[in-house]
Ligand binder design. Structure first.
Ligand code: NAP
Length: 418
């Protein structure tokens, strides 16, 4: 398509998809980037610099295409999420974004959620691993090496809800209590009501992404995390569809935990992924008590939201935690943290989460050598004590760097390690 208010870089080529649905990536791809609101203007250029250096060090180039959403889009287009931005990401398949502000309670709905929905990026993937030198609240942060897959499009996040005191909320109450036979179950007086759809289609495609990832990356297990003991027709259904999918589509490559114990005495054969399930509250404590037994996790939206932040805290918190939203032949990488408006433009915050989100993006491109280089260079920088304010306050004797200085230090390490 032609673009009105954004420039397409002249030197780059578009990523396409082959007949098997696999990405076909040139060595000079065009990569869309949204800087984002607040600290987006600090962390995004820092990440660009690091990712460019890793691409160049491995014989490639990245051709950035700046796109706009949130505040920058309001300035340019007078709207929050221009269609041009959505279309450009759709067309170029792999992109990266900084955080976008969402007003609480009133105002517009989350632009992050809108982007994921419009592009059908149904899986939120968060690799959670410890880097040497990063301070952590737990004694053995290195035990965590987990990849969380969180469903992005349904559950209580689908946005189907009715405000207390409205006619619509009263109509839903009446329908539920009278027509559906739930009697007088909802308290009298104003009540807000939300719907929690969890579908076979949505559950299976998310769990498929998780199992495929585990098989591709030699991971040992996929754990389905649910609250099925209480929510039998939504959360328990998610688990059941997961086991069904494993049996239907993966043959001997995937076994259940029961089979693991019945037939293999607890020792899984190589190249086999074990599918197991855990109730969400138990899983939250096992994150801390049996960290090393968990590998890839697949979860409905709300469980995934809580659990991936809790896991992120164990390996150093928000300044570090990367993420990406995945669809069919599509990836939008983004850090877990928000726009932290109080630090915007101060050249202060930690760009590691954005840089490591870029690392996921490089892996999606199939540039594993460049991705590993980014990880190793970040680790070398932090373990030499060169850190931003957030980590500096937690370690002794480090050097406190600005966002831009930290990015330069990582680039220097890329040159040294390449
Ligand atoms: P936040 O922006 O993530 O910031 C919360 C706190 O986390 C900051 O005050 C800071 O803690 C720390 N932090 C976050 N990013 C950091 C970084 N890069 N380096 C160092 N420290 C970092 O969360 P929030 O204040 O709840 O949300 C602000 C806005 O962001 C909201 O509008 C929210 O909706 C939005 N949001 C967007 C996304 C997204 O775009 N995907 C995700 C989450 C939230 P200290 O002050 O203690 O140092």
């Amino acid at each position: 398509m032609s673009y009105d208010r954004v420039e397409v870089p002249a030197d780059g080529e578009r990523i396409t998809v082959d007949e098997d649905g696999e990405l076909d990536v040139p060595s000079n791809p065009i990569i869309p980037i949204i800087y984002g609101d607040g600290i987006g203007k600090d962390v995004s250029p820092a990440a660009q610099q690091v990712l460019e250096a890793a691409a160049e060090a491995t014989g490639r180039s990245i051709n950035w295409m700046r796109l706009y959403a949130g505040e920058s889009a309001r300035e340019r287009y007078d709207e929050n999420l221009p269609e041009e931005t959505v279309e450009a990401i759709r067309e170029h398949r792999v992109a990266i974004k900084g955080p976008l502000t969402t007003p609480v309670g009133s105002g517009f709905r989350s632009l992050n959620v809108a982007l994921r929905k419009k592009l059908d990026l149904y899986a939120n993937m968060r690799p959670t691993y410890h880097l040497d030198g990063v301070p952590s609240p737990v004694t053995h942060p290195e035990k965590m090496d987990m990849v969380n897959f969180r469903e992005n499009t349904e559950d209580v996040y689908a946005g189907i809800e009715w405000e207390a005191g409205t006619d619509d909320a009263e109509r839903v109450r009446e329908f539920v209590e009278e027509e559906m036979g739930f009697g007088d179950t909802i308290h009298d007086g104003p009540v807000g009501i939300g719907l929690k759809p969890i579908s076979e289609f949505g559950s299976k495609r998310l769990i498929r992404q998780a199992i495929d990832y585990a098989l591709r990356n030699g991971r040992d297990s996929v754990t389905l995390v649910h609250k099925g003991n209480i929510m039998k027709f939504t959360e328990a259904a998610f688990r059941d569809w997961g086991y069904e999918l494993a049996a239907e589509e993966y043959g001997d490559e995937v076994i259940t935990e029961d089979v693991l114990w019945d037939e293999y005495d607890g020792e899984a054969p190589d190249d086999v992924v074990v599918v197991k399930d855990r109730i969400a509250d138990n899983m939250l404590q096992q994150l801390l008590t049996r960290t090393e037994q968990y590998d890839v996790l697949a979860m409905p939206n709300l469980n995934g939201d809580y659990l991936s932040d809790a896991a992120g805290a164990q390996i150093g918190g928000l300044g570090i935690a990367p993420g990406a939203n995945l669809g069919e032949g599509a990836c939008l990488a983004e850090p877990v943290h928000g726009s932290a408006p109080k630090y915007a433009g101060e050249d202060k915050v930690n760009p590691t989460a954005m840089i490591l989100s870029g690392r996921i993006m490089l892996e999606q491109l199939g540039w594993d050598d460049a991705a590993d280089l980014v990880r190793d260079a970040v680790e070398a920088t932090i373990s030499s004590g060169k850190v931003t304010y957030d980590l500096h306050r937690q370690i002794e004797g480090g050097t406190k760097l600005a966002t831009s200085e930290y990015a330069e230090a990582v680039v220097e390490n890329i040159h040294e390690l390449a």
